[in-house]
Design a protein around this ligand. Sequence first.
Ligand code: DGL
Length: 284
Amino acid sequence: MTERVVAKAAGENIEEKKMTPASPIGVFDSGVGGLTVLKEIIRQLPGEDVIYLADTARVPYGGRSAEEIIKINEEIIPLLIDQGCKLIIMACGTSSSIAYPVLKDRYKVHLISLIEPGARAAVNATRSGVIGLVATVGTVNSQAYQNAVMDLKKDAKVIAQACPLFVPLIEGGFIEAEETKRVVKEYLKPLLKENIDTLILGCTHYPHLARALRERTGPNVVFVDPAEEAVAGARKLLQKAGTIKSQATTPRYEYLITGSVVQFQDLGSRLLGKPITHAKHVII
Ligand code: DGL
């Protein structure tokens, strides 16, 4: 049976809660993309409890308008704050690029975006200065990554490619399928033509396609998964605030799903490499 969590009305000025090391980290995405961020949390912050919200009822986010993305974020963030989260990671490139600049100072809980950390990692990795970006239509059109890279390295060249078919293929479980490989080949063509030496995986779903992407790029292109830097930043923040949770107790991962719980559990377990059970249905 599906347990239901009903979100309170989205609102500003949410009362400040006492944040302790025991408070969970909130993570959200349109679906299984944010699991690539959760993997990083498990690696870098192995003691932390996490509440993961997958908005699969509204996946994909990538083609939605900026107004819709902001509204969705305004619904999800208060829900996670209400669940007692001490920090929220926008485990979604589209939200990070469109909603973060608007919402970053609105709430009492710290929000972490993927854009600046991803841009910094790419600038550190590139030798030629020619950086590829694969992301959703919304992220590419927002210019958030392009601007963040240019802010750090004026002479960099960012070649961006929107990949709208990737998220439906991944959410459909077509990770290793021949169809997916063909789509990967098409999307990477213009980037490889420009001789990129670094590739920002600007949508959190895309690291799930790392193998197929690597087959096309060969070994010499450095892949940047912004989650690595973003979680490292979260770690520093928690350390500074004295709210990091040690590994003394087994961490708890709670999953809130707006769409099909069974489907998320099946695909999510496969992609996370750990069983996801007891996910709850949530109505936003
Ligand atoms: N994984 C999210 C992102 O990073 C959302 C992708 C989508 O739903 O289109 O952009």
